[in-house]
Design a protein. Structure first.
Length: 300
């Protein structure tokens, strides 16, 4: 196990910019602003004071949700990521630099509990951990971590180096929840899965596997969003819908959900999930929280 963890550390550092987070970045560090700020205000009704790289809102049930920007600087998803899109369609967006995006996680504070949705890159190049602590939340005070899927920019933040330089749980007291379909696929059939196996091994004593439709602690419902990965999951709590990697290019996919990103492992299923969940969000007037939505991570 020790040798495997050392290999994972090297692997994570080498791939910090790869996987679902390939993009161009600048040296400017900030959450940025766009029209989704107004959407978030309208949907949630009340806005709280923010710190750099975060956006905090109050949900319909009184829970507090905070978008935590994990990436540094501005982020764009390149044209090459959307090979399903025609040149004419992409050019009509007038975004030659790429589609505005981010890498983010979401913290929900409800009934005295802290729930983290995904963990970002964490200590392997991300800002999630430092920004979480700047919100006054120490890692040991996170009670639940709910995973949308097992790609590196969503789970690497689950581990950190301890005082001796060894890899350990970032959230030692958290119960970790993941879909059984996602877990089974990465443990048994998806190649190049050493990172996923090592992380799940560290959390094996606190790992809980769910089926789609299950209700998790604190009133969180799990929703089938498969396609991006075999067990990709969306979560709903009150009027908030955490959509994970349902969209990598919001400016394109919000109006063209049939367009996939090249990261989607099963494109037909990903497109079906995207169409179904976007319609569900619209029909129920839900606030969407996406790990790769443009800053500040919220949209209708």
């Amino acid at each position: 196990m020790k040798k495997s963890l050392i290999l994972f550390c090297s692997f994570a550092l080498a791939l910090m910019g790869a996987g679902c987070s390939d993009s161009q970045t600048s040296d400017k560090d900030g959450a940025g602003t766009n029209a989704s700020v107004k959407v978030a205000k309208k949907a949630a009704g009340k806005e709280l004071r923010d710190i750099a790289g975060t956006k905090t809102l109050v949900l319909g049930n009184g829970a507090i949700v905070t978008w935590i920007q994990d990436n540094v600087g501005e982020k764009y998803m390149p044209r090459s990521l959307f090979s399903d899109a025609s040149d004419s369609l992409f050019n009509s967006l007038n975004k030659p630099e790429g589609l505005p995006a981010s890498v983010g996680t979401f913290l929900v504070r409800v009934d005295g509990a802290n729930i983290l949705f995904d963990a970002g890159f964490g200590a392997f190049g991300g800002k999630m951990l430092s920004r979480l602590m700047s919100l006054g939340i120490a890692p040991e005070n996170v009670q639940f971590v709910y995973l949308t899927h097992f790609h590196m920019d969503h789970i690497a933040g689950l581990i950190s180096k301890d005082s001796t330089g060894r890899l350990a749980k970032t959230f030692p007291n958290a119960a970790l929840y993941a879909s059984k379909a996602e877990y089974d696929a990465w443990m048994n059939s998806i190649p190049q899965n050493e990172m996923q196996k090592n992380i799940m091994g560290l959390y094996k004593d606190s790992l809980h596997l769910f089926e789609f439709g299950d209700e998790l602690p604190k009133g969180v419902t799990t929703i089938d969003a498969v396609g991006h990965t075999p067990g990709h999951t969306a979560f709903q709590i009150s009027n908030l819908l955490v959509i994970g990697d349902l969209m990598h290019g919001y400016a394109l996919q919000k109006d063209h959900p049939e367009i996939n990103s090249n990261y989607d492992m099963d494109k037909p299923k990903a497109a079906e999930s995207r169409k179904r969940i976007l319609q569900y969000a619209r029909d129920n007037k839900l606030l969407m929280a996406g790990m790769h939505l443009p800053p500040p991570g919220f949209a209708e």
